[in-house]
Design a protein around this ligand. Structure first.
Ligand code: ARG
Length: 469
């Protein structure tokens, strides 16, 4: 009976036990080829390593292995040339490739799936894909970091208000503000490297879920594909999507960081702040209001954050409550991962461009940093250095601020005698402390905004990023 002709016109690779053809609606509902086709290179790389292992283990002959390798290379070339026809009735990328292989090379193709299941195969493909894409995101993050470092170097002398609660707080260097983002993206790079390190484990050989009785060599496959280790438990292997969730979390944090920047650019580009001009080529206009120049790029980056976060949430919910081991639900892992990746990639690269098209209005920033009692903390610290307990100093300066506010004055408007009426510890040297530059440059603590510290940070980051000054 093994040789009996197939009963269905579009015979499935798993069709043996079926008497009827799959309903068209079911094929449409279960197919993933329209999105998992993007895994073709990784699927083929995995299959080639698997075939070499099968030959080494005597499970297929050397000639069969050669035919498989050649056939897979041909399929890869056709996919890249755009001539390969993907068939939804074959469900996914794994079966599209396997079926095409058998059509091209005959019986040897039917041996490729020996000691393998799509359950371990899809885990391998996605790990290979994310390992590569993780490195790609890390490179893009570095481009964005370079953009920030270049701006920080250019504006090293510029001061601006630092904010807490979006209220003016203390004067800082614009460069210090910009380099804060470089640190955020550095953690993102590190997080991705860590995620890739954890997903870089070879799953093939778990087979459907229990392992295989055939004499395979998992370590050989791992070495062929550049994995430092193989997964430990076959049941965990085919049911695990931690790595995809973790990758999505990394994407989400990157997008959130971009979104915070985006929010600042939207605010800063408006008349209320008026701290930055975004180049015309990177803005759009209004179809009704002739005067408008809108910051659509940062707005869309901010908006897409909902979408990336949604992808993370979606996968978390997909995996929740799944019994061990593989369930078809897990096919729902790929679209959120791909969509988040595409979104973060696009957002990072447009941000890198945008950074090169910003002009900061440093005069406006300086003016904003000069008023508003921005140096009140410096005055309190000044009193502390004269031995006044900090809480008392806080109270004294609070009273001085209230005094100024009643009169519509700034701290720098007060005469020395007026200041001294609040505390006898105040001397002529106080005037320097009340100046914006004096305030900034006094903050010499590690990680502080004093120019000397920011220059140190800039040198360190330029070196890390391979920028030569
Ligand atoms: N397309 C499937 C997925 O992405 C591949 C694994 C299917 N396995 C199965 N037994 N139906 O999860």
């Amino acid at each position: 009976m093994a040789d009996s002709p197939r009963r269905t016109p579009a015979a499935k690779l798993w069709g043996g036990r079926f008497a009827e053809a799959t309903a068209a609606s079911v094929e449409a509902f279960t197919a993933s080829i329209h999105y998992d086709a993007r895994l073709y290179r990784h699927d083929i790389a995995g299959s080639k390593a698997h075939a070499r292992m099968l030959a080494r283990q005597g499970l297929i002959s050397g000639e069969e292995c050669d035919a498989i390798l050649k056939g897979l290379d041909g399929i890869c070339a056709d996919i890249e040339a755009g001539t390969f026809v993907f068939r939804p009735d074959l469900e996914d990328i794994h079966m599209n490739i396997e079926k095409a292989l058998t059509e091209r090379i005959g019986a040897a193709g039917e041996k490729l799936h020996t000691a393998r299941s799509r359950n371990d195969q899809v885990s391998l493909d996605l790990r290979l894909y994310l390992r590569e894409e993780g490195e790609g995101l890390r490179r893009l993050l570095a481009e964005v970091q370079k953009g920030f470092v270049t701006l920080a170097r250019r504006h090293l002398g510029a001061v601006m208000p630092g904010y807490t609660h979006l209220q003016r707080a203390q004067p800082v260097l614009l460069a210090h503000h910009l380099l804060a983002y470089v640190e955020m993206f550095e953690r993102d790079r590190d997080r991705l490297a860590d995620c890739v390190r954890r997903l870089n484990v070879m799953p093939l050989g778990a087979a459907a879920m229990a392992g295989t009785g055939l004499p395979i060599d998992r370590e050989f496959v791992a070495a062929e594909l550049g994995f430092p280790a193989v997964t430990a438990n076959s049941m965990d292997t085919v049911g695990d999507r931690d790595f995809a969730m973790e990758f999505l979390f990394c994407c989400t944090v990157i997008q959130l960081h971009l979104s915070r920047l985006a929010e600042e650019l939207v605010l800063w580009a408006g008349r209320e702040f008026d701290f930055v001009e975004i180049g015309d080529r990177y803005c759009t206009g209004s179809s009704i209001m002739p005067q408008k120049k809108n910051p659509d790029i940062p707005e869309l980056i901010r908006g897409k954050t909902g979408r990336v976060t949604g992808s993370l949430m979606g996968l978390l919910m997909t995996v929740k409550g799944l019994p061990l081991t593989y369930n078809r639900d897990l096919q729902e892992d790929k679209e959120p991962v791909f969509d988040a990746l595409d979104t973060v990639r696009a957002s990072l690269s447009i941000t890198a461009e945008l950074l090169g098209n910003l002009s900061f209005k440093t005069d406006r920033m300086r003016a904003a940093a000069s008023g508003g009692f921005m140096t009140a903390t410096d005055l309190a610290d000044y009193l502390v250095q004269k031995n006044m307990p900090f809480r008392q100093a806080h109270g004294v300066v609070g009273r001085i601020v209230a005094h100024c506010q009643e009169r519509g004055q700034e701290l720098t408007d007060l005469k020395l005698e007026e200041l001294q009426s609040f505390s006898s510890l105040i001397d002529g040297d106080v005037l320097e402390v009340l100046k914006v530059e004096g305030s900034v440059n006094s903050r010499l603590s590690i990680g502080g905004t004093a120019r000397a510290r920011v220059e140190d940070a800039l040198r360190r980051l330029e070196k890390n990023l391979g920028i030569t000054g």
